[in-house]
Structures are given as C-alpha cells and as structure tokens.
Design a protein around this ligand. Structure first.
Ligand code: INI
Length: 184
C-alpha cells in the first residue's frame, strides 16, 4: 500500500476506482413514463444528449414508454432481464401537488427501480423527478436546476465503465490464482 508521511501524519493514498465517461460500446435502454409528458420528454432529450455526447451509437439506445412512474419498476426489470442492455435509465416526473398518491407512486418507483437493479445486477438509474410543485418539476427537467435525465444518463455511463473495469480486474485476479494460467 502506498502512503505519504506529512509532518508525522500518515495520509493513506488508496487506489481509487472510478468509471470513465465513454458510452462507446455500451447498450442503453431508457424506460420513460408518459405521465407529465411535457416534462418527461425533456428528460428523455437530456438523457439522449448525454449519451450522444459521450459516444453512444444510435442503434445501441432503445426507448420503452410506460403510462406512469408506477410502471417504471417492472418494465425496467423486464428490460434489464432481457440481457440486451448494459444499463437502464428510468425516467419519470411525479408531482406532489397533483395527487394524494404522490408518496405511493414516488415511493414505489424509487423502491422498485432499486430492486430491479439489485435483482438483475444491471444498473437501473433513477432519472425520476419527485417535486413538491410544478415549478420545481419544471426546473429539474432542464430549466433552472439541471436535467435529471441528463444526470441519470451520465451516471449510467460512469457506472457501466466502473463495472467493466471491476470485471476485468476480477478476471485478472482469477487468472493469477490459476495453477496453469495459460490454460483456458
Ligand atoms: N404517474 C406519474 O408518473 N407522475 C404523477 O405525478 C402521477 N400522478 O400524479 O398520479 C402518476 N400517476 C400514474 C401512476 O404512475 C400509474 O401510471 C397509474 O396509477 C396506473 O398504475
């Protein structure tokens, strides 16, 4: 392990693993809710912008539309299980002011998207705006406070690269442990 000693203090310098920002050679699915379509369409645009900027190919990206955010988890799970994608980006907008079901819809979407990831091992990113007001939701969909779709797609790119690197390292370690590493 490498460490520096600075005025008697030990400062560890551990190896840091982080995903590069390249979408080249990866396949992405976007699962997007049609509820609040005028905003989810902005989030989809944001996600596509990020994927394109970082080198994704058109034929490596597919979009699946669902009625509302409540439908994001199961659809994301099915898409992840298809084995066709390296990451799934779930997109939706849930606004508290609009429904007493806010907590159920937003809660189920968050929990279910997380479960889809954990069950499949395929990263499912949470590009869902959960806002108290329409104004907040508009701001988080590309107006004043960023674009959740763009952010989720960036996270997807970073995480698929990190996992690819981790898998490659794991393979290397396995290779080293073998008595006859040259034998496949
Ligand atoms: N779905 C959303 O994505 N956002 C909302 O704000 C919303 N509201 O307001 O109710 C919403 N409801 C629909 C829900 O996601 C399901 O599609 C529906 O309940 C059918 O299962």
């Amino acid at each position: 392990m490498v460490f520096l000693r600075l005025q008697g203090e030990i400062i560890l310098q551990p190896k840091v693993h982080r995903g590069r920002l390249t979408a080249e050679g990866f396949r992405f699915a976007i699962v997007a809710s049609r509820w609040n379509d005028f905003l989810t369409s902005k989030l989809i645009e944001g996600a596509l912008d990020a994927l394109e900027r970082f080198g994704a190919e058109e034929n490596e990206v597919e979009i699946f539309k669902v009625p509302g955010s409540f439908e994001l988890p199961l659809t994301s799970l099915k898409v992840a299980l298809s084995g066709k994608f390296d990451a799934v980006i779930a997109i939706g907008v849930v606004i508290r002011g609009e429904t007493p079901h806010f907590d159920y819809v937003a809660g189920e979407a968050a929990k279910g998207v997380g479960q889809a990831s954990m069950q499949t091992g395929v990263p499912v990113l949470f590009g869902v705006v959960t806002a108290n007001t329409l104004e907040q939701a508009i701001n988080r969909s590309g107006v004043k406070a960023g674009n959740k779709g763009y952010e989720a797609a960036m996270s997807a790119i970073e995480i698929v690269n990190l996992y690819r690197e981790m898998n490659a390292q794991e393979e290397q370690v396995k290779g080293k442990d073998k008595v006859f590493p040259h034998v496949v």
